[in-house]
Design a protein around this ligand. Sequence first.
Ligand SMILES: [Zn+2]
Ligand SMILES: [Zn+2]
Length: 347
Amino acid sequence: MSLHSLFDAAGPASPGGRMRAVRIGEDHAVAIVETAVPHLAEGEILVRPAACGICGTDLHILRHGFPGTRYPVTPGHEFAGHVVAVGPGVGHVREGDFVAVDPNVVCGHCRWCRAGRPNLCLQLQPIGVARPGAAAEFVATPASNAVVVRESLGAGVAALIEPLACALHAVNSAQGVKDRSVLVLGGGTMGLLIAIVSEVLGAGRVTLSDPAPAKHAVARRAGIADVVEPGALGPDCHDVVFEAAGVRGALEQAMTLVEKTGVLVQVGVHDEDATVGFNPFTIYEREIRIIGSNSCAGKFPAAVDLMADIRDRAAVLLGESFPVWDFAMAVDSMVAGHAVKTQLRFS
Ligand SMILES: [Zn+2]
Ligand SMILES: [Zn+2]
């Protein structure tokens, strides 16, 4: 059976049936494979993805490896879609519902889960990293990770709820942005969403910095008025600085731009073995706090609510989508910076 006819033949999902999926092997080669539709464990649902974002994590999985990845892996962790089957013991989600999914599957009983820090779970099994992801005809998830959303939101915007939840966690980590001066370094998906969330939460002034003119245009369309090149920053400092670029130069610059008693929130994902130079005197003298912010930490339901309010601003980030089976091409496009958020589409 050709891949195409298999896709066309995919009627209502039947766990135990066959489906197509993108697969990244240990050797980092991408293939489209025919595999079993996931069997649903207690409390799980089967989702037919409608849109799935690609992010830096996928690039790491594809090119160098990412901590916790179980190869061969089906990527895809920023997704929304329709529930097509419901496993035993599922209450709040029904077949036909449109859902956005928090990809972070946690154990619920380790010390970090019990402490209300699920993003730090000792047995974290993210969908699309340690569990099969959404770059497939079907993906299984615990129903407790799925939130029913209005279909009118649009699949692309619904798939932005996951990065929005990460942005909410980052802003929350800053312990208050209201009436404070906020600087965001990096105009990618995270930087833009952090800037939007900071404005919505009442920041006194929000400045976004990125070296790429194309990102400036998107940021302005998303309603961020104060967008500058990194070279135009300083000497003025900011109460809250978010490093959302994930590059050494941005973090080193961020360290110099934090106001006395201010906060530097480190959101950008650097290489595991990266190091940066910094001036400890500045941290001491200005009484600066440096805080890490890792993934979405239980902010998913709040992000669903917030997305209803900022839908049109978030939609500006969506520039380009690729058929799911062109996964490698979609990653190349993301790397080339053709869009702020590259997504996969499924029909
Ligand atoms: Zn992501
Ligand atoms: Zn845990």
